[in-house]
Design a protein around this ligand. Structure first.
Ligand code: GLY
Ligand code: MN
Ligand code: MN
Length: 463
């Protein structure tokens, strides 16, 4: 999980709440978006060829696979939802620049396993200039590498695929005597592609707003459904039900639903215990919509009313979060929200009597890390911890319009801290929103999830 202001907006999906077709259904998306992305990438790779496999299918247990989820880079450039596919981009190739290898049509297999797009569909629906059966890739791909200077690829993510790629290059090298020239350079595709993915375009923001809206609705529903003696997994079920009803067929990551002591375990996902009267419940859950993630955390009292100590800790985290969000502005650097949050948390820990000393010292020597051990955010997009560099030549990068990041400070006071009064024990609070950098400030995509003490208590009182 954790890595290291709210402006209202007129959402273009605010009123209708119709479902978006999830990955696996090529629906609403305008396919010219993807050809523009491929063009932009190809303009950076003169003399090269780019090769991108989608994600492998992974086995869950005997005869059962995990639900397939395409590789984000591959999906960003193709929108092709099926497994066993490889995209090849060959700028300037006379027979077409975008080649897609995919599963061939096969009526018998389709009866068992579901529909396949096939090579004709790859051209007609996904705009491939050329498409070939994936089973023929060993015969065809080496020819696409001939007389190209560079191969753009992402090395190390899929060792089995890297191995095949080397064998294709070696096949071209073996033809040197025929005057065929093999690529002599491998270039990391991630750098160019991830810079593109870091700046979200309007069609991406539409999906991210939708993911945030569905997730905010799910958090509200969790607050409404929560009561003492409910099981954590019952609340998880409320979240997943709201996600699916809204058109999200998968959470963006396994939901964290942790009551009491479990709120102090950062990656708690067992979600198996009973919720107790007087405890807090921390929920970190976000929906995925057509490949785009939301990532929202809310913390609230199981019985609907914050106790005094819970309230005091919550107010510190909320103040830190709001101040950090206010630092999300174009021109500020990446670490400003974190620095701001840390200062307020350190001051709060001192005021609560949990740490001693002056605030500068607490920040400088890192004493606050005993209760705040993660960073304040990360990029958000197709991957919940999205791609994009955080530093440029050793300096924190400046925020730009179109970047989306989370702002998620927290305080976690586990039981057993003998020097800490026991009324603080088992209080874990994190508040996490998804924030878009705009031209003149920011937009909190997840603003519909209740956040202030009075919003939460009012909603829970009306249950
Ligand atoms: N849910 C993952 C994170 O907060 O970073
Ligand atoms: Mn996060
Ligand atoms: Mn989160």
């Amino acid at each position: 999980m954790c890595p290291d202001v709210h402006r209202s907006h007129q959402s273009d999906i605010a009123v209708s709440f119709q479902t978006t077709r999830p990955i696996g259904h090529n629906g609403a998306m305008d396919m010219t978006v993807f050809s523009k992305r491929r063009r932009e990438l190809m303009d950076h790779m003169r003399g090269g060829v780019a090769i991108l496999p989608t994600a492998p299918v992974r086995t869950r247990n005997r005869d059962v696979d995990f639900p397939f989820r395409p590789d984000s880079d591959f999906y960003y450039l193709t929108h092709f939802p099926e497994p066993e596919a490889v995209a090849v981009l060959v700028p300037g190739r006379p027979h077409g620049e975008f080649i897609l290898f995919c599963r061939d049509k096969n009526p018998e297999k389709e009866t068992w396993e579901g529909r396949r797009t096939g090579v004709d569909g790859a051209q007609e629906q996904y705009g491939a200039d050329d498409a070939f059966p994936i089973d023929d890739i060993d015969d065809i791909l080496p020819g696409l590498l001939e007389n190209r200077e560079k191969v753009f690829c992402s090395m190390g993510r899929n060792p089995e695929f890297d191995h095949r790629l080397m064998s294709w290059v070696n096949e071209v090298r073996a033809k040197a005597r025929n005057g065929v020239h093999a690529p002599g350079e491998f270039v990391d595709l991630d750098h160019i592609l991830h810079e593109m993915r870091l700046i979200k375009r309007p069609e991406e923001l539409r999906l991210m707003r939708k993911a945030a809206k569905i997730s905010a609705r799910a958090h509200r529903q969790a607050m409404i459904a929560c009561r003492p003696a409910a099981m954590e997994y019952e609340i998880e079920a409320e979240l997943l039900y709201e996600f699916a009803k809204g058109g999200s067929r998968s959470p963006a990551y396994p939901p964290i639903v942790g009551g009491g002591a479990n709120s102090c375990i950062l990656h708690y996902t067992e979600n198996s215990e009973e919720l107790k009267d007087g405890d807090l419940l921390l929920i970190d859950a976000g929906a995925e919509v057509d490949g785009y993630a939301a990532d929202i955390t809310r913390t609230f009292p199981v019985n609907g009313k914050f106790g005094d100590t819970q309230k005091a800790v919550y107010e510190v985290v909320l103040e830190a979060q709001l101040a950090a969000i206010a630092k999300v502005r174009a021109g500020n650097h990446w670490n400003e929200p974190h620095d701001t949050a840390v200062r307020i948390l350190a001051q709060g820990l001192r005021d609560l009597g949990l740490l001693k000393g002056d605030v500068d010292g607490l920040v400088e020597n890192g004493d606050y890390k005993r209760f705040y051990m993660h960073r304040t955010g990360h990029w958000l997009g197709m991957d919940v911890h999205d791609v994009g560099d955080y530093k440029v030549s050793d300096s924190w990068r400046l925020l730009e319009p179109g970047m989306v990041l989370t702002v998620e400070p927290g305080l976690y006071i586990a039981a057993g801290n003998k020097d800490i009064p026991c009324e603080f024990w088992n209080i874990g609070v994190r508040i996490e929103d998804d924030v878009l950098v705009t031209r003149d400030g920011n937009e909190v995509l997840s603003h519909e999830a209740p956040k202030t003490i009075s919003e939460i208590e009012t909603l829970m009182r009306g249950r």
